[in-house]
Design a protein around this ligand. Sequence first.
Ligand code: GLC
Length: 563
Amino acid sequence: MTQTMSIDESRIDRDWWKEAVVYQIYPRSFNDSDGDGVGDIPGITERVDYLDDLGVDVVWLCPVYDSPNHDNGYDIRDYRAIMDEFGDMADWERLRDALHDRDMKIIMDLVVNHTSNEHEWFQRSRREEGEYADYYHWVEGSPDEPPNNWESLFGGPAWSYDEERGAWYLHVFNENQPDLNWRNPDVRTAVTDVVTWWLDRGIDGFRMDAISHLSKPEGYPDGDPDEHGPLGSEHYTLGPRLGEYLDELGAVIPDEAMTAGEMGGASAADAREYIERGDCLDMVFHFDHLGVDQGGDWTGDDWGEWSLPEFKELMTRNQREVARETWEALFLGNHDHPRIVSRFGDEAYRRESAKLVGTFLLTMRGTPYLYQGQEIGMTNTEFESLEEVDDAMTVGIVEDLLADGAVDSFDEVRTAVNYRSRDHARTPMQWAAADRADFTDGDPWLALNDNYTDVNVEDAVADTESVWNHYRRLIELRREDPALVYGDYELLAPEDEQIYAYTRHLDGERRLVVCNWSAEPATFESDGVAASDAEVLIGNYDSAPSDPVDAQFRPFEAAVYEY
Ligand code: GLC
């Protein structure tokens, strides 16, 4: 490959975070240093060299703040303190320094749509103490009748009655996660203070949780039963003042910081609109492409059916409407979604399909996000009963269905739970074939996936042909090749049901990516691309077809060419 290729700087808008690869850590499940069965910050610090060897540039640390853990840290009791189970602020500072010493950056999870109901703000608010009285969405009325028909994203009504205050409060998520009232300027100031406090501690940016839900309309109008999603979500998603609130947040975040907003319910066009609007969001996690395989409801058994042409259409829309015009967060999984290999790959071709997904994510336009375990091809686990599930979303939704009489037993939701549970992603990281996968010396807080004897870091690092080593090489390739970061994306053969192929062009530099996204051999119809004279940059089988045009690709074979 043309090393150090020259880029016409006037054509691209360079930023460090566009050229970065992000690694997401769910601390509870990453590495336990003190034997209590729960991952912790010193455990992460022990593994910083591991991350450096893999070659990632940024760590996104899921919440480590003080929390009663109804939603594993996404219910924050104190924004300025570290959860006891995870360590203390000195541990956090050591982690930050260990990352910075190795030229890696750290971004923190900013969870400010809601707090924990144990947060001091909520405690004071329910007692109607001074300025705090109006910090949350309170509505008075009969304890028998919630203010409107809104449903929570985690099952059941979005309102709970607080006996102490004698009023209803809003929670888009769990009842332990009351929504902050962003209409109140004091709340916005309190939040920007938190943002500044963390920036002052030397962090490099934020992943912003549930940012699409910050604004709720005056009067809390009823939800329309004909709308898609939980009742009322059309009102509490992308609400009327969201842009204004984001502008205020953006005003206290320096330009060089990286910001990625999670926007459930946003289309590609919405994502682009909020990125383009100002300087708050560099990129957005939006989820249309992850809807491709969703079953209708939790009692259905059609989960996991998806078609490659539809997936290509969704990804291509994201590339054209968001990535090309602004920037894109590239991801196929995170702590809220099943394992990528089990979902978009094929466990029968675990190694090949895990490498294919890596090839895909690391050769699209945008910033790739890897979720812990993805780099070794970790897979889903199996749940036999609701008792085995920790995930507040799954438990909330299933308990609500049981309470309503919509289902009588776990069996009726078994397929959906095993397909959708967020716990698949939260089983502990598999470090070695040793006892308890070397994740902990104690009892892991969530059961390990049994396959840790075959799928683990120690073996993967030692094996030059492993998924891990493939990821490492892909990250290196991307780092050396601006065409893979900034190049224009063009989809080839959109209707092909097995092959996902595309080109990336930048200033005369041309790359071609061919993925056989199926368990059967497939021929790459070139779709007019003159790639006969191609050079293989990387492939996931021992040798990729040297002339890709009309060549056969093996099951889940993926290769990147310069042509
Ligand atoms: C986001 C987080 C998820 C959490 C929810 C509520 O969607 O990614 O894990 O449960 O927000 O904070």
